[in-house]
Design a protein. Sequence first.
Length: 91
Amino acid sequence: GRLTIVADVHALGAVYREPCVVFAGHPSLRFGPVLHFLRRWGSNPANALVLADPYWNKVGMDNAWPIMQPHHPVQMRVMFAPLDTRLSSAQ
């Protein structure tokens, strides 16, 4: 277990391993790198998607909620863990 932070999806090639955890910060899951991650890792239930935006609706948190419907079938575990963006990495 180690944490790898990459600035670009293509930088994952050398460090990619499963199971993996993806932190998604945009509430729509309709554009950006998260689409690549959902297509590549969404079918493996050992992987996880962490919805980190504090404004996401927490009601009905399962793989059937509206935010995940465009990506079905998704087998990966989906969690809501809001991150306080006011904190710095040192905190």
